[in-house]
Design a protein around this ligand. Structure first.
Ligand SMILES: Cc1cc2nc3c(=O)[nH]c(=O)nc-3n(C[C@H](O)[C@H](O)[C@H](O)COP(=O)(O)OP(=O)(O)OC[C@H]3O[C@@H](n4cnc5c(N)ncnc54)[C@H](O)[C@@H]3O)c2cc1C
Length: 419
């Protein structure tokens, strides 16, 4: 009997690439992942995963793993920069779980990355274990056979597949090789990211309330904001502190800088926040916040894009990775139909764009809108925003419900049974 298993080559072992690898494996496809880094892993930082994406993770059988490392967020609170006064809050917790069918999670990125890697590569489980090749910098595509294009690596290796998925981030090589747009938008912002160990912050009455229950707190001010939430069994507080970009970070995209630089940006802010920032390590990482304008299509022939490669966005909806996980669920559904002979691979990849692109674009645009909304200087516009927040308890003109409800899936039954 001829082997009809679909061969997939995924470029990039970030959260998007691994979510796709695990989901495609669970549907019986043969997957190879190529990653340029010498070692697999994620940066030391937190991650919020909305119900729209956590439901995909639960369907993959990750409930036991998530129970060991994810916090169920109870609320998301917006505060005034100077006093910490609550402007509005979104209640999450059990109510959100019931409404959207899955919880809102706070995680350490490395924990989610490991869960996805294990789901993809564990010897037991549905389908063949995914093969992951590190130290494999992809340089381009050989499409001399367009029905079986091949990925080329820096050291001369070739990886042919029935499908190539570029999950290689905002500067995607696969996007460039397949004729996608290359323009990147510089938002003018950068983010300091740090994980603050809980021990000292838990002892301080100014900051110990952060450990009362899992919640995200946002302080909004002139041209900057800060997001804070606990992760990994409340052992750390994750901090994302957004400010106008410096020349140094603009030129290098990311840099390790003294924490004092971050603290100076928030002098005069709510003392509970400044006390917390005082507990950070002496050095923190700063990242340029860039994105792309929405575009389609996300595929040409047998080559498709996924995650930041096709919808990089500002993190002001905390949704980039969640959208990538949604991509994984949908591309796997469409390719499974192709494997059953119900459609061709190019049609499956076009259907994936059709089901995902408009929604991802709305999240991208909403995140840009949140930049203006979050960063208003004190004045009439800020007072109007705060009034609207207080009265309507709304984040913006886009409500959260449509985001958290997720892309409709053809099939909601578990792909893998936990345990
Ligand atoms: C400050 C900040 C906070 C955020 N917070 C959240 C949040 O709370 N929730 C959320 O959902 N999202 C959040 N995001 C967004 C989220 O981090 C990204 O959207 C997500 O990580 C993208 O995953 P990805 O796998 O598509 O791309 P990436 O994480 O960029 O992974 C791409 C992978 O491809 C590899 N690669 C690249 N080029 C090549 C090549 N040529 N050959 C081989 N390998 C290659 C890279 O090494 C990398 O491993 C945040 C982003 C920022 C900046």
């Amino acid at each position: 009997m001829p082997d009809t298993t679909t061969d997939i080559v995924i470029v990039g072992a970030g959260i998007g690439g691994l979510a796709a690898a695990a989901t495609l494996r669970a549907r019986g496809m043969r997957v190879t992942v190529l990653e340029q880094a010498d070692r697999l892993g994620e940066i030391g930082a937190g991650l919020q995963i909305g119900p729209n994406a956590s439901r995909v993770l639960y369907r993959l059988g990750l409930s036991d793993g998530l129970a060991g490392c994810a916090l169920h967020a109870q609320e998301s609170v917006r505060r005034r920069w100077s006093t910490g006064e609550i402007l509005t809050k979104t209640t999450l917790g059990a109510g959100a779980t019931a409404k959207f069918g899955a919880p809102y999670l706070h995680l350490h990125r490395a924990d989610l990355h490991k869960l996805l890697l294990d789901a993809a590569t564990a010897p037991a489980g549905a389908g063949e274990p995914v093969r992951v090749e590190v130290a494999s910098h992809v340089t381009g595509i050989d499409d001399s056979d367009p029905t079986r294009p091949a990925v080329l690596t820096h050291d001369g290796r070739t990886f042919p597949g029935d499908v190539i998925i570029g999950a290689d981030g905002i500067n995607s090589r696969i996007r460039r090789a397949s004729g996608g747009p290359t323009a990147i938008v510089d938002s003018g912002d950068m983010a300091y990211r740090t994980l603050i160990p809980a021990d000292r912050a838990r002892e301080d009455e100014a900051t110990r309330w952060l450990f009362d229950w899992p919640a995200a707190n946002f302080w909004l001010g002139d041209n900057r904001h800060v997001v804070v939430y606990p992760v990994r069994d409340m052992q750390y507080v994750n901090v994302v502190a957004v400010v106008p970009i410096t020349d140094q970070v603009r030129s290098t995209a990311k840099a390790e800088v003294p924490a004092e630089e971050m603290r100076q940006h928030y002098e005069g802010w709510d003392p509970r926040l400044t006390r917390l920032l005082g507990y950070s390590d002496d050095r923190v990482m700063a990242w340029a916040l860039n994105y792309q304008e929405p575009f389609t299509p996300w595929s040409t022939g047998h080559v498709a894009l996924l995650g930041d490669a096709c919808h990089s966005m500002l993190p002001y909806f905390s949704q980039g990775a969640s959208q990538a996980i949604e991509d994984a669920a949908v591309i796997a559904e469409e390719l499974a139909k192709a494997e059953r002979g119900l459609q061709s691979i190019p049609s499956a990849l076009s259907a994936y764009t059709e089901r995902r692109a408009e929604r991802a674009a709305a999240v991208q645009r909403g995140a840009v809108g949140n930049r203006a909304l979050f960063h208003l200087p004190d004045g009439p516009e800020q007072r109007r925003r705060d009034e609207r927040f207080r009265e309507h308890h709304k984040e913006s003109d886009i409500s959260f419900d449509w985001i958290y409800a997720g892309t409709p899936l053809d099939d909601e039954t578990p792909l893998v049974t936990a345990g």
